[in-house]
Write a protein that binds this ligand. Sequence first.
Ligand code: 5GP
Length: 180
Amino acid sequence: MSSNYKIGGILISEREICERVRSLAERIASDTAPGGDLLVVGILNGAAIFLSDLARHMPPELDVRIDFMAISSYGDSTQSSGAVRIVKDLGGGIEGKDVLIVEDIIDTGLTLSYLIDIMLTRKPARLRTCVLLDKHERRERPVEVDYCGFQIPDAFVAGYGLDCGGKWRHLPAIHVVELG
Ligand code: 5GP
């Protein structure tokens, strides 16, 4: 399907992302107990690049661990199916841990609310959420987001980890996707 689409103009520049990611990491670190442990859980594939930048801005005093989960909700389409399933689970348990879910984008909220429900059944000591992008006007399910990079309008976007039919994740900025 991506052949019907082309990469459009820049919505959020590389520089803006870089500055925002740094300040998010500082806020997360200052909200975490000094010397504490933090398990950062990235949601593949979209959050991989965001997480790797975010984690590298966290101070050495924090004991940061990184793990990944993969959840399928969109397939190759630009329409939300509402169906979500775990494709890859965490490497270990999270009971009693301070957990931060890192997601690329929240749209309807179905994916993140499903993930939060699953994580809470595993009894973390604390669960926080961090999303790079928020399409707030599209929300169908209320979700508590603790850290948000940018509120964006209702447009399909790609770049900085986000894809369109598997393409354009490698782009350093966030672009709008246009019909070709
Ligand atoms: P939600 O369940 O909140 O509707 O959707 C969350 C997921 O939808 C994200 O993790 C992402 O995979 C996908 N998604 C929603 N909007 C966009 C978008 O504009 N671009 C891309 N690449 N993915 C999106």
